[in-house]
Design a protein around this ligand. Structure first.
Ligand SMILES: Cc1cc2nc3c(=O)[nH]c(=O)nc-3n(C[C@H](O)[C@H](O)[C@H](O)COP(=O)(O)O)c2cc1C
Length: 200
């Protein structure tokens, strides 16, 4: 069932999205890095982001895998209630927005428009070069508490990856909920729970 819903989402996206093609990400680097206790000691929110220094594709791949990638054949870096795997993440940049297809390790274009104005109510985030939208799907997870809990696991994975890699981040509940859902071409059952700004 889960696979069918994700497959139909991918088909829907390919029918409705912009002309741009998928971006295959480099394989995520799953070894090394800062010890967990040091990353926890560094975890914090930041609210100033440069447009001059950007994450490269390897970093983006590592970040997305940490956020919500597959770390086993069919299970994720986050726990999800009842293993519903209802969370998807979207990458929002000035050049457009993409769905992170975790299994395929690629980015599927959703729009080639700059939709950052919907992804933030705070100015620093509207201008930031990278935002990650954390999206839940009521078709897979009806329980709001579990949906929020699962999204929170993605949020903390992003915080820890950023802390371990000297990258700034802040998670945000303040954004245009309806506008962003529309701009991301979400199904009525999907909603954005958090948007997380990431960068230097
Ligand atoms: C669910 C949630 C929503 C948040 N929404 C916002 C937000 O809209 N804007 C913002 O600047 N920070 C937001 N934050 C970040 C908190 O303000 C921040 O975590 C808190 O001040 C503690 O600071 P720290 O993360 O540096 O420890 C949010 C945090 C959480 C967990």
């Amino acid at each position: 069932m889960k696979r069918m819903i994700i497959a139909s989402m991918l088909t829907m996206l390919s029918l409705t999205s912009c002309a741009a093609s998928d971006i295959t990400l480099p394989q995520p680097q799953k070894t090394g890095g800062m010890p967990l206790m040091e990353a926890l000691a560094n975890r914090q929110s930041t609210r100033e982001f440069s447009n001059d220094k950007l994450l490269n594709e390897q970093q983006l791949s590592d970040l997305l895998w940490a956020a919500c990638g597959f770390n086993r054949e069919d299970k994720l870096t986050i726990p999800t209630a009842l293993n519903k795997q209802e969370i998807t993440v979207y990458v929002i940049k000035p050049e457009g927005a993409w769905l992170y297809a975790a299994k395929e390790n690629k980015l599927i274009p959703v729009t080639d428009e700059d939709i950052r104005e919907y992804s933030a109510s705070q100015n620093f985030a509207k201008k930031a070069p990278l935002n990650i939208a954390i999206v839940s799907d009521k078709e897979l997870m009806e329980n709001d508490i579990y949906a929020g809990t699962d999204a929170g696991a993605v949020m903390q994975n992003i915080y820890l990856w950023c802390a371990a890699n000297g990258v700034g981040t802040v998670t945000r509940g303040s954004f245009d909920k309806e506008g962003l859902a529309k701009a991301l071409n979400l199904k009525p059952s999907q909603r954005v729970i958090l948007v997380q700004t990431v960068g230097y």
